[in-house]
Design a protein around this ligand. Structure first.
Ligand SMILES: [Zn+2]
Length: 159
């Protein structure tokens, strides 16, 4: 009996037709193992939008363009990720794009940018209701990691 291993990951690169083709390429009676790897959740559009809203406020306050502010903050925070260079196969480091963030990483970015806004005394829109508030008035729901301001959190809790 030939033992073969197949790795399948769920998510964007899931390709049903290729999987069927792979499976059919083995003879009947071949024992196959399937590892299902579930990717951690990726950032949401809402998170990304809020990151750019905060960057816009910081840019306005500091006189940079949004792109300049973004580059400066990313370099300062040294938000690197490791990846394998396709040509050499060697591990390299690069600054991770916002578009590739995982959900938790996006939350960390939002926390970081909110701290910056607080240091710069910038009033920001509440991530939930949009009301302009100071950062100290923003509250994180511990269970969901969602952000509310002290004005709208009570309405949410009552529902
Ligand atoms: Zn609010």
């Amino acid at each position: 009996m030939i033992h073969k291993g197949i790795k399948i990951s769920t998510g964007l690169d899931w390709n049903k037709d290729r999987f069927k083709k792979d499976i059919n390429s083995y003879k009947d009676g071949t024992e196959l193992w399937i590892d299902v790897l579930v990717k951690p959740p990726t950032k949401t559009e809402l998170q990304i939008r809020y990151i750019y809203v905060l960057l816009g406020y910081i840019a306005e306050e500091t006189g940079y363009t949004k792109e300049q502010a973004k580059d400066k903050i990313k370099k300062k925070r040294e938000y690197w990720e490791e990846y394998k260079d396709k040509k050499t196969g060697k591990p390299e480091k690069r600054i991770k794009s916002f578009r590739e963030l995982l959900k938790e990483e996006a939350n960390n970015w939002i926390d970081y940018l909110l701290d910056l806004c607080e240091a710069l005394e910038i009033r920001v829109p509440c991530p939930n209701c949009g009301k302009p508030v100071s950062v100290s008035e923003i509250i994180k729901d511990k269970e969901t990691s969602k952000l509310y301001c002290k004005y709208c959190i009570n309405q949410i809790k009552q529902k």
